[in-house]
Design a protein around this ligand. Structure first.
Ligand SMILES: C[S@@+](CC[C@H](N)C(=O)[O-])C[C@H]1O[C@@H](n2cnc3c(N)ncnc32)[C@H](O)[C@@H]1O
Length: 212
């Protein structure tokens, strides 16, 4: 399976999903998505505070994380085994490549990307997660009525996200905070970055959309 289009700067390249070990991971991910019950995908979970807390609080949900940092993936896999959490699954995969080709349509109830990396100007900028293409991929992967949750504390990134959302098809604005309380499973923990923003009094831009 390959990404349906070129994904500039993707970890391992745009054709990474065809590499056998990666293909096995993607197959495992797809098998989870074919299973019963509601499903949440968090992109870039890093320390995994929200992912672990959600999986603990909502055993009926399948809670999936994608992260490019190998160490974080290993830590969370160990944590899931230690705590006996069969509903928590994490993969070392570039979310942009995965969403561009590997996810069945309408297979997710929630997609979250909190404080995605604000790649600096220059060559790395092509790795920015939230682009018009990403929003199209996320809309496709969400079931009708499913929630897209984005947040950043970086002003220029918020402007880019706003501009991309303004032209995005298939996702509609929804009034916070109701959407988080009703469409997302409970999560007693803030993400690490969210917690830091609150501690340091940094403004957080948040966008909530539902799949039409
Ligand atoms: C700024 S950190 C935010 C972490 C966490 N969500 C929080 O709110 O504290 C962004 C995370 O996204 C991960 N990341 C960046 N690009 C990614 C991609 N294309 N796919 C998956 N994870 C990615 C980074 O490794 C990093 O852990």
């Amino acid at each position: 399976m390959a990404a349906t289009r070129d994904v500039p700067g993707a970890l391992g390249g745009s054709r990474i999903l065809e590499v056998p070990e990666v293909a096995a991971e993607v197959a495992a991910l797809r098998a989870l998505l074919a299973g019963p019950g509601p499903k949440l995908l968090e992109i870039g979970f890093d320390h995994g505070r929200r992912l672990t807390s959600t999986a603990q609080a909502s055993p009926g949900w399948t809670v999936i994380g994608l992260e490019v940092r190998a160490r974080r993936v290993a830590e969370l896999r160990a944590w899931a085994v230690e705590r006996g959490l069969p509903n928590l699954h994490v993969f070392r995969l570039d979310a942009r490549a995965v969403l561009a080709g590997a996810l069945p349509a309408a297979s997710l109830d929630v997609v979250e990307a909190l404080f995605p990396t604000p790649w600096p100007e220059g060559k790395a900028r092509r790795r920015l997660l939230v682009t018009p293409e990403f929003l199209g991929d996320a809309a496709r992967a969400l079931r009708p009525g499913g929630l897209l949750h984005l947040a950043t504390d970086v002003a220029w990134y918020a402007e880019l996200v706003d501009a991309a959302l303004a032209t995005a098809a298939g996702i509609l604005p929804v009034a916070p905070p109701d959407a988080l309380a009703t469409l997302r499973p409970p999560c007693p923990q803030q993400s690490r970055r969210e917690w830091k923003c609150e501690r340091d009094g940094l403004a957080v831009y948040r966008a909530l959309r539902v799949r039409a």
